[in-house]
Design a protein around this ligand. Sequence first.
Ligand code: G6P
Length: 565
Amino acid sequence: MMTNLRGRLDGGDEFDITSTVSWHALAAHQQHMYSLHLRELFVMDPDRGRELVVDAADLHIDFSKNLITRETVELLAALAREAGVEEQRDAMFAGAHLNTSEDRAALHIALRLPRDAQLIVDGQDVVADVHDVLDRMGDFTDRVRGGDWTGHTGKPITDVVNIGIGGSDLGPVMAYEALRHYRHPGITGHFVSNSDPSDLVSVLAGLDAETTLFVVSSKTFTTLETITNATAARSWLLSRLGLSDGDSDAVAKHFVAVSTNADEVAKFGIDTDNMFGFWNWVGGRYSIDSAIGLSLMIAIGRELFDEFLAGFHAVDEHFRTAPLEQNAPAILALVGLWYSNFWDAQSQAVLPYSNDMARFPAYLQQLTMESNGKTVTAGGHHVTSPTGSIYWGEPGTNGQHAFYQLLHQGTWLIPADFIGFAQPLDDLPAADGRSMHDILMSNFFAQTQVLAFGKTADDIAAEGVPPKLVPHKVMPGNRPSTSILAPKLTPSVLGQLIALYEHETFVKAMVWGINPFDQWGVELGKKQAVDLVGVISDDPAPSPLPDSSTDAMVRWYRGMRGRAT
Ligand SMILES: O=P(O)(O)OC[C@H]1O[C@H](O)[C@H](O)[C@@H](O)[C@@H]1O
């Protein structure tokens, strides 16, 4: 019986990707590649550094320091073709219900289509819908930024607090940080996500209720953390303004919502005139370019938000039209899959050489790991190969002084994406008068060089290092990296980078046959947390819990909280 099958669009006709001709060809090719060092690959093909490179919009991506040859790229493209990646990409762009377990389209690409484009899905012109919301967001943004939208006491807004979690937080906060240089000087953004009250308390501590606007962002408007934080924020606001609990006028001036669920928004007490909607075909982790980006739009203004969307769209068009061998998201995905499926790599480092991009790895964790952390195919069968990698990272050069030791000399193969920019947004002269940004980027180039080429025992011995120390100083090299360069960190370039990884995630999922648009794995823990609140906080002490670990811990916790055990 075939148990390990690959999901197809219709969830029925499946085949095992690991038994395809291209998969076997790649496995054989890996045996050959395993014996070659990147040093040799550069000797065998001296132009690879100029030619294993793909340009997509403003992104200049060098794949040459990967454990690949031009033949590898051809074999990987053949695998993608055999997996039907191109057909499924086209189906996604046409609005097919690719999210089969929830019977929905995955149409984030529609969020950045230009105003004059047309995309009819299920009889509805989604481009017109998207631009209606963008226009409403733009008008609201102009009023807040211009001081025309005022709080309950008539003062303009100086602080915007986005309350949301997961996709309703990670995108907004990441982009807000990344686009620091482009923000309105008189309005400060804040982000509250955690149900740990410390998050909200520490943000509110510095705020003046009269000039604070809360943007409650939640696709479902039922997420416990968000509703709990929003409820506490509403109480704080009303008490600071000296108003009673039911003062809906004040709430309407200080709370707006971003959601797909108007009923729940109204129930919370937010005027639905102040609600910005989106659609069930926008997944949470694909939503920063929807109304979920409202706090970002307030920070950078509607024109720059448009540029941000145009950046996404430029990479969408590249992804939609470039042949797989020259397709940046596809190659990024296939090279990543090459390591996880043929070289046993478990993780993927993402290393932005930009302090403002500090939250980008965390953003990618949700995008990639919530999408591709799956053990069953779209058709419900067990997968036959490892799926989603573990994404992690920190900005360079901080990472260099922390975990790069393991990248350079550790026993794991960890492919790394380096992200860097040519033109700085901030620069200062270093002690020698050179640009600090050039020093930062010299580290970028040096690290990718050392990872690839290392340093041999002979070279080290020739430097007069005592023999006892030589093995410790050997730098094995042959450690893969991809360098993603862009002229400058602009709103457009940030949109391009996000779209690059969105489509990278998609291509991998299509080869693995999994659905990257659902996230059933996060549901059970949420439900059990709700069940356990009463168990840990109510009296009398609970009856024995099913497992001894939770039972003992809950009683220990109750004791520490002064409750009956
Ligand atoms: O936007 P919300 O409906 O509040 O959802 C917020 C987040 O929570 C869920 O648990 C999902 O795992 C995420 O994909 C989602 O982004």
